[in-house]
Design a protein around this ligand. Structure first.
Ligand code: IPE
Ligand code: IPE
Ligand code: MG
Length: 248
């Protein structure tokens, strides 16, 4: 049993994943099911993110990667894209102080170059401000796409003059946006979709998956804990046979 800061007690599994990644999906359907505009769903999604970050810290997760905006999400109606950019800015303005006080280190994966320069600076300052924190590393995937990430890595390897015989899986990993994080142990997707949607396609090669029909705004710390218990039951074989799988 572990005592949470709100006074409740939870039973944590013995094996907690070091790195959890979440495809936070279903905000639009959550809103529609309540007769609300899609943006109300995105705002409810942010409220939920706050409580999931707090829970992740309490459960002892070290890395949390969240998919907030994909390279494909630019195809949405301009008003929704604008709304999602505004949310990014609002979250930094309103949440940075408490994230920092809670020991959360903010990182960004993806590309900032399509944002206005002032917002790019704001993101970079937030990253700088929290760089010494180490309770939880929060990777925010914003304008992130796994294929785009691999293309960027290849371009950089070519421009660095890397020779074919030098290219290994570990070198490729070091050229990705996630070079400072271990591969995700557990990837969660909410809202019932069963696809990867261009998320961590290299890093997720051996991640365990947990899919739930719950829409993201309703995915609460209790369900996260449930996902951790499901994960703890999994046997990660990495191609080996059962019973011979102690490590990668
Ligand atoms: C996920 O919710 C948030 C983003 C992709 C930014 P959606 O907006 O995809 O919600 P649905 O899938 O339409 O319900
Ligand atoms: C994936 O959700 C991207 C994010 C959660 C940010 P989408 O809703 O964009 O994925 P698709 O389009 O249904 O595959
Ligand atoms: Mg969706």
């Amino acid at each position: 049993m572990k005592l949470m800061t709100d006074g409740s007690e939870v039973k944590l599994p013995a094996k907690i994943p070091e790195h959890v990644a979440i495809i936070m999906d279903g905000n639009g359907r959550w809103a529609r099911s309540r007769g609300l505009p899609r943006m109300a769903g995105h705002r409810a999604g942010v409220d939920n993110l706050r409580r999931i970050i707090e829970a992740a810290v309490e459960y002892g997760i070290k890395y949390l990667t969240i998919y907030a905006f994909s390279t494909e999400n630019w195809k949405r109606p301009p008003a929704e894209v604008k709304g999602l950019i505004n949310i990014l800015e609002d979250v930094i303005d309103r949440e940075l102080k408490s994230l920092n006080e809670n020991g959360v280190q903010l990182r960004h994966i993806g590309r900032l170059d399509q944002l206005k320069p002032e917002l790019q600076d704001k993101v970079k300052q937030a990253i700088k401000m929290t760089e010494k924190n180490d309770r939880l590393i929060l990777n925010v995937a914003w304008n992130y796409g796994g294929r785009d990430e691999i293309v960027c890595a290849i371009k950089q390897m070519v421009s660095d003059g890397i020779q074919p015989e030098e290219i290994t899986e570990s070198l490729v990993g070091r050229y990705l946006f996630t070079s400072d994080s271990p591969d995700p142990d557990l990837i969660i997707r909410t809202s019932g979709e069963m696809r990867v949607s261009n998320f961590l396609i290299w890093q997720g090669a051996y991640s365990e998956w947990y899919a739930t029909t719950t829409y993201w705004p309703d995915f609460d710390p209790e369900e996260l804990l449930g996902a951790l218990h499901v994960y703890a039951q999994r046997e990660r074989r990495y191609g080996r046979i059962s019973g011979n799988v102690s490590s990668r």
